[in-house]
Design a protein around this ligand. Structure first.
Ligand SMILES: [Mg+2]
Length: 194
């Protein structure tokens, strides 16, 4: 029996990748190959299961995060866009239990601020929990919907139920073109079991 559902932000509710590439393109527009940051070409060339964007762009983690944290005058996080399916996902999850957002912030104050502002703007009804160690929230009556293989693995290991939201960058990449259909099927199974 599931009582609580925890929705991830980046990669599930919120389009982190498109905004990240845009910020990088603006920073590196005068460098060779700025076209490597074009979202359509980038997504097309993404090796299934590869989780690291800096690795794909041949840059260090520090270069990558530093660019994002300085973009848009330090307000990069708060201007991220939600995916078109975000409302439908919240609605489907609310059929199973009380919905909250559980997001792992980067190690920068602008991320905490931006995620709070995003939530206030687009998910006002949902409590927001920012926690880098998501498994600490896991329990047998709690469902996590997340795109990160590691978070899902650790959540399950700590007794929770989890759905790996299909994306090109995770182990469920074969469902990448139909993530909501996959989640709907999984939610239906969970609903029937409880
Ligand atoms: Mg995520």
């Amino acid at each position: 029996m599931i009582n609580d559902v925890f929705l991830d932000m980046d990669g599930v509710l919120v389009d982190f990748v498109s905004s990240a590439l845009l910020a990088l393109k603006e920073k590196y527009e005068n460098q060779p190959q700025p076209e490597q940051f074009d979202i359509d070409a980038f997504m097309e060339a993404w090796p299934p299961g590869e989780a690291s964007i800096p690795k794909l762009l041949h840059m260090t983690e520090d270069e990558f995060w530093d660019t994002l944290h300085k973009a848009n005058g330090g307000c990069w996080w708060e201007q991220l866009r939600s995916y078109p399916w975000a409302g439908a996902l919240v609605s489907a999850a609310s059929q199973i239990g009380k919905v909250r957002i559980l997001s792992s912030p980067s190690n920068h104050p602008s991320c905490y601020r931006g995620k709070k502002l995003h939530r206030d703007r687009e998910f006002r009804a949902l409590p927001l929990i920012l926690c880098r160690e998501k498994f600490l929230v896991a329990a047998p009556d709690r469902l996590l919907i997340d795109d990160n293989d590691r978070h899902v693995r650790r959540w399950r290991k700590h007794g929770g139920l989890a759905i790996l939201f299909p994306r090109i960058w995770n182990a469920n990449h074969e469902w990448k073109d139909a993530p909501m259909e996959y989640v709907a099927t999984e939610l239906e199974k969970i609903g029937q079991a409880s």
